[in-house]
Structures are given as C-alpha cells and as structure tokens.
Design a protein around this ligand. Structure first.
Ligand code: GTB
Length: 215
C-alpha cells in the first residue's frame, strides 16, 4: 500500500507550492515512492480524527503501514531513512545532512516565516514599514551566511540530499520578495532545486489540486 499524506483541499498559496506538504511530496518523488493524498478543509484539520495524527491540527501528515508522523522535516527524514537516494551512507555525512535539516527549520525558517506573517497580518499597522525593514535585514543576515557556506557548491553536503529538499522549500517562501536575488548564490541554489524533475512532479501535483478546486 502506498503511504498517504495530507494536504490543503484549498491551499491559501493558490498553487504556488509554499505549503509544507511540498517538501514531503518532493522527497517522495525523489525516492520514486508513489503516494496517496488526503485533502483536508481547514475545518477537517481541526477535527479530533486529524488531531490524532497532527496534534496542532495542521498539514502535512504521513501514514505508512503502522506509522503515523507529523512535522514535514521529520517526515522527509523518515522517507530518506527508509528509501535510498536522499541520505549518504557514510555516518558522518549523514549526520551533517541531518544537521542541515535542523538548520533549515530552526535557523532559517523562523525569520522567513516571521516576515511572511508581518506581510499577511501587520501590513496596515503604522509601524509596518519599519518592522519589515528589520525583518528583511534578519533574513538577509541568514541568507548571506548561507551563501558563504554554499560558496561554489551545488548542494549543502556535496550530493543532493534531504537537507536540500528542506532548505529549498524554506527559501522558496521568499519568492517575490527580491531577497533571494540579492544573493545570486542563493537564487541559483533555489532555481537548481526547482529544476529537478522530482520537484517539478511534486509541484505539478499540488498545483493540480488548486486548479481542480477553482475550475
Ligand atoms: N512545523 C510544521 C511542519 O513543518 O510540518 C508546520 C505545519 C504547518 O505550518 N502547516 C500549515 C497548516 O496546516 C500549512 S503550511 N496551517 C493551518 C493551520 O495551522 O490551521 C504553512 C503555509 C500556509 C500557507 C502558505 N501560503 O499561503 O503561502 C504558506 C505556508
């Protein structure tokens, strides 16, 4: 039986692949694992049946045999751990890939999400412009450090890995802000991830959900 993931029945990102099921879909495509998707309304996400899978009433979740998982990066790690292609065999290299997955979620994602939230919920406040400048600068600092680390390398740890799936999906949330383009190393890195056939398949699959819901 295929694993089943959950996603938005009507994603607020309008098919741009910014919701967190995107990393899970991409990882599944990278390892060639077919999957089923259960689409949820916002109301269904808050029902006890879904909260038993995701205590916070969010997507994505992942069901595979007897296992149920939540947290997109934990799901990506499980996929990488159980199917070849996204984690190196060498123990040290594997540990570094996992460290970069944590860095994506705990060092990069917080300022990126805070900035998105400010744009969504604070744009009408008198202090918005000043706060946005501060948040932009926080993001710039992280992107500059990441660009220095990447240097001329294509991927975070030599070969493409689960770390790149998580990092690129975090960075994509900055699309349209102009901040990625300020660091060409980072915009090239994101573009390179998006160009992968597995990314394209995952992107089209989530976009098809949005298209079906709106036509
Ligand atoms: N840490 C968890 C993980 O990584 O799995 C976070 C999961 C999460 O935030 N899920 C969101 C959710 O279910 C969807 S992805 N929200 C509903 C709720 O909390 O009630 C976040 C998201 C939503 C919309 C956009 N967008 O429109 O661009 C981007 C990202």
């Amino acid at each position: 039986m295929n694993p089943t993931i959950t996603g938005f029945a009507q994603s607020p990102d309008r098919g741009r692949g910014l919701a967190r099921d995107m990393a899970v879909r991409w990882a599944l495509e990278e390892v060639g694992q077919p999957y089923d998707v259960r689409l949820l309304s916002f109301a269904a996400m808050k029902e006890p049946a879904h909260r038993r899978l995701q205590p916070f009433g969010q997507i994505p979740t992942f069901e595979d045999g007897t296992l149920t998982l939540f947290e997109s990066a934990a799901i990506v790690l499980y996929i990488a751990d159980t199917r070849p292609g996204l984690l190196p065999g060498d123990a040290d290299a594997r540990a570094r890939v996992i460290a970069w997955m944590f860095a994506a979620k705990s060092t990069l994602e917080p300022p990126v999400v805070e900035r998105s939230m400010a744009l969504l919920f604070e744009a009408d406040r008198p202090w918005h412009a000043e706060r946005l400048k501060m948040l932009d600068d926080r993001v710039r600092t992280r992107l500059g450090d990441l660009a220095n680390y990447l240097g001329s390398h294509d991927w975070l740890e030599r070969e493409f890995s689960a770390a790149d799936v998580v990092m690129v999906t975090v960075l994509r949330r900055l699309g349209g802000s102009g901040l990625l383009e300020e660091e060409p190393t980072i915009s090239d890195y994101v573009a390179q991830g998006e160009a992968r056939p597995a990314f394209q398949r995952a992107f089209e699959a989530q976009r098809a959900v949005f298209t079906a819901a709106t036509t």
